[in-house]
Design a protein around this ligand. Structure first.
Ligand SMILES: Cc1cc2nc3c(=O)[nH]c(=O)nc-3n(C[C@H](O)[C@H](O)[C@H](O)COP(=O)(O)OP(=O)(O)OC[C@H]3O[C@@H](n4cnc5c(N)ncnc54)[C@H](O)[C@@H]3O)c2cc1C
Length: 461
């Protein structure tokens, strides 16, 4: 049977699922708009002062901005998930191939090389974490997975999903204010990002036949997480920074973080000293280098990098293999949220995020970060900043807000990503993740999207 499948949201998960499903099914991909503003204007409530965040809109979603850094989490992450590492492994391999150009085996080989390099620099084995792998070319999910496929893309914002008498689903939405019926589908994948997916699962938006409801829907919006990150201090390594900062591989570069032994609550990345000169510079640096990776021959991007010494040094190190000089380093920390947030959505088109990060969050981690660095075997001298100087940033890893769980009391969908009590309504993307510790979410998002593709193909065989 060729199924009619609607996918809501052309971000990372939506595009990966759309491209793969279109080989055997009629796939319509709904994206809010083609050329709207780049950022979703997010209103932060309850977040620390000076924190900013973004989510992307338009084809590619948040991958219009992402750095494409890929981490394969340790298998212990799945202890509290409704599925195991073994359920995901083949999909992780496939995701790495599609997003990073080489599979799991190459990732693990490079990771082992990275660990050897850290050990040779004097690191203790029990502090070394999984590799963060940056492929040399950043992907925009829409360009990579959807262009040149049979997927039909429609630029409409979806506002309602209603079950039909024939046990299918009707989608409503509008590009110009007036809601209209857009079509009927056998299955719907909601992949509208971690901040928007719960809005599409809320009362009055997801409408079951006969006015029925699912208890699980009351969990939509709960369990929201992001990864707070901040520069924690400066120090001197026992070896040149270039030896442990970024390690070139055939298809990109890897970075090995320092972890607290036996825990994945936070990771510390060694950075050349000048990279934390100011929060503003670091934000700008991320964006500028991402632009350059995406458009290597764009004169504006090149000009911006050349005019900023910090950008230039990172560029020389990553792209051209020129090592940063000296032994001084900054410690960049990426952490687990450690708090359950609540998100909500407002009808006027603003996304409101309630990220309930406690005010004492940084202070609670700070001593552990210093101890982990001191025990790492790599550091000669280290001085954390004053707590008041540590500015927490959002990593824009909006996740967990419609998470998978073992039962409808604990989450929104089951381990096949199907919403409890709503047959053939599936979730993909950051929203579905059942806890991420400190890990970047891209590999998990991709693996679950490919696993969902297999599930749907089996169901509509
Ligand atoms: C600067 C930056 C750097 C990052 N770096 C990394 C990194 O190195 N590694 C990593 O793993 N992750 C990184 N991320 C995070 C990563 O980009 C996101 O986790 C990922 O893109 C989320 O994918 P998604 O499919 O859940 O949602 P998104 O990619 O956000 O896509 C959601 C899409 O749904 C659309 N949509 C929403 N509501 C509707 C509606 N009602 N109707 C129609 N369409 C709708 C939106 O317009 C959007 O296009 C980074 C993010 C940022 C901002």
């Amino acid at each position: 049977m060729t199924a009619r499948i609607a996918i809501i949201g052309a971000g990372l998960a939506g595009c990966m699922a759309a491209g793969a499903l279109s080989q055997r099914n009629h796939v319509t991909l709904f994206e809010e708009c083609r050329n709207c503003r780049s950022f979703d204007p997010i209103v932060d409530v309850g977040a620390p002062h000076r924190l900013t965040t973004v989510a992307g809109v338009g084809p590619g979603g948040t991958t219009k901005f992402w750095h494409n850094g890929l981490i394969v989490p340790r298998t212990t992450l799945f202890r509290d998930w409704p599925l195991r590492w073994a359920d995901l492994e083949e999909h992780v391999d496939h995701t790495l191939q599609r997003l990073g150009g080489s599979g799991l085996r190459a990732y693990l080989t490079n990771q082992a090389r990275g660990h050897d390099r850290m050990l040779a620099a004097g690191a203790s084995e029990n502090v070394l974490g999984p590799a963060l792998y940056y492929p040399s070319r950043r992907m925009n999910a829409y360009r990579t997975f959807v262009r040149r496929t049979a997927v039909h893309t429609r630029y409409v914002r979806i506002s309602r999903i209603s079950q039909t008498q024939e046990a299918g689903w009707a989608l409503f939405g509008s590009a110009d204010g007036e809601a209209q019926l857009l079509g009927e589908y056998d299955a719907v994948i909601i992949s509208a990002g971690g901040l928007r997916t719960p809005a599409l699962l809320s009362e009055g938006v997801l409408q079951m036949a006969g006015g029925g409801t699912s208890r699980a829907l009351s969990n939509a919006g709960r369990h929201y997480e992001d990864h707070p990150s901040f520069f924690h201090g400066i120090g001197r390594l026992r070896v040149p920074v270039s030896q442990v900062w970024s390690i070139s591989t055939q298809s990109g570069a890897i970075r090995i973080p320092i972890l607290e032994p036996g825990s994945d609550r936070f990771a510390i990345y060694i950075r050349p000293r000048w990279q934390d000169t100011a929060q503003v510079v670091s934000d700008k640096l991320g964006m500028t280098l991402s632009d350059l990776r995406n458009n290597p021959f764009n004169i504006n991007s090149i000009g911006r990098v050349i005019s900023n010494p910090d950008d230039l040094i990172e560029l020389l190190g990553i792209k051209l293999g020129v090592p940063p000089p000296g032994q001084l380093f900054s410690a960049l920390v990426v952490a687990e949220s450690g708090a359950e947030g609540k998100i909500s959505y407002d009808d006027e088109g603003r996304t409101i995020r309630k990220w309930l990060l406690p005010p004492t969050f940084v202070a609670a981690l700070s001593e552990k970060v210093t101890s982990a660095l001191t025990a790492s075997g790599l550091v000669d001298d280290y001085k954390p900043y004053d707590i008041s100087e540590m500015v927490v940033r959002s990593s824009a890893h909006h996740s967990g807000s419609s998470r998978m769980a073992n039962s409808e009391d604990q989450g929104v969908c089951n381990s096949a990503c199907e919403v409890f009590g709503a047959e053939n309504i599936f979730i993909a993307g950051g929203a579905v993740l059942a806890g991420t510790a400190y890990y970047n979410t891209g590999v998990l998002i991709g693996s679950l999207a490919f696993r969902l593709v297999d599930e749907i193909c089996k169901r509509f065989r």
